[in-house]
Write a protein that binds this ligand. Structure first.
Ligand SMILES: C[S@@+](CC[C@H](N)C(=O)[O-])C[C@H]1O[C@@H](n2cnc3c(N)ncnc32)[C@H](O)[C@@H]1O
Length: 220
C-alpha cells in the first residue's frame, strides 16, 4: 500500500526516540502535553490505557519516581520493563479493572488516567468510526470511575463530527478541557488529544456520544 504524501515514518521524532531509548515517538506527544499542563507529580498513581509498546509508561515512570506506580493495559505486550510499572495484556472493553487492581495491589483512585488507545483500521469507514469513538468513550468512562477528584486525564481522539459532543462530555467532568494537537502528531493525522484538568467531584457514569460519523486513522 502506498504511503500518503508527506508521511515520513523515520522523522526527527523517530530518531529522537531511538536516541533517548523510548519505545515509540508517541512519547513526545505526552511530553508536550505535560510541559504545557504539568500533569505529572512525584509519587503519582498512573493508569495508562493502550500502553504498548510502552513509551508513555516510560515517560510516566520517570516523572513519578520510585514512590509512584504505573498500571499499563494493552491488547499487545509492551517492549519495556520498568521497576515501578505493571503491565497487563487484555482488551479494555472486556476487562474487569477492579479485579486487576486487587490482583496487582493497586488501590484506586488514580492521580492520572492517560489513554493513547487507537483501533487497527479495517478500511470500512463506518466500522472504524465506531471503534475509534468507542475507545475514546471507554477512556472517559474509566476516568469517571477510577480517577480521583482533582486528578487529570488525557485521551486521544480522531477528529470527526463527534468532536463537539465528546468535548461537551469531557467538559462536564473536568474543571477545564484543553484540546491539543502536539507537534509530534503527524501533519496528515486527524489525531487530537483532550486534556481534562482537575476532575470534578460527583461521578455520574459516562454517557454515550451520539454517533454522527467519525474519520480516523491509526498512527503512532
Ligand atoms: C498508538 S498505540 C499506543 C502507544 C503508546 N502510548 C506508547 O507510547 O508506546 C495504541 C495502542 O492502543 C491499543 N489498543 C487498541 N484497542 C485496545 C483495547 N480495546 N484494549 C487495550 N488496548 C487497546 C493498541 O493495541 C495499541 O498498542
Amino acid at each position: 500500500m502506498s504511503r500518503p504524501r508527506g508521511f515520513n515514518p523515520k522523522d526527527r521524532f523517530f530518531h529522537k526516540a531511538k536516541d533517548e531509548n523510548f519505545a515509540a515517538r508517541s512519547v513526545y506527544k505526552l511530553q508536550e502535553i505535560d510541559q504545557r499542563f504539568k500533569i505529572f507529580k512525584q509519587g503519582a498513581l498512573v493508569l495508562d490505557l493502550g500502553c504498548s509498546p510502552g513509551s508513555w509508561s516510560q515517560y510516566a515512570s520517570q516523572k513519578i519516581g520510585d514512590k509512584g506506580r504505573v498500571l499499563g493495559v494493552d491488547l499487545k505486550a509492551v517492549t519495556v520493563s520498568l521497576e515501578n510499572a505493571t503491565f497487563i495484556e487484555a482488551d479494555l472493553r472486556d476487562l474487569k479493572l477492579e479485579d486487576v487492581f486487587v490482583s496487582y495491589g493497586f488501590i484506586p483512585p488514580f492521580d492520572l488516567v492517560i489513554s493513547d488507545m487507537a483501533p487497527n483500521t479495517s478500511g470500512i469507514k463506518s466500522a472504524d468510526q465506531a471503534r475509534s469513538l468507542e475507545l475514546c468513550e471507554l477512556s472517559v468512562d474509566i476516568a469517571e470511575r477510577f480517577l480521583r477528584p482533582g486528578g487529570h486525564f488525557v485521551t486521544k481522539f480522531f477528529h470527526s463530527n463527534d468532536f463537539e459532543a465528546l468535548r461537551k462530555l469531557v467538559q462536564t467532568r473536568f474543571k477545564k478541557v484543553e484540546i491539543v494537537k502536539p507537534e509530534a502528531t503527524r501533519s496528515i493525522s486527524k489525531e487530537i488529544f483532550f486534556v481534562g484538568i482537575s476532575k470534578l467531584g460527583a461521578p455520574a457514569g459516562a454517557q454515550k456520544v451520539a454517533r454522527q460519523g467519525t474519520q480516523q486513522e491509526d498512527e503512532s
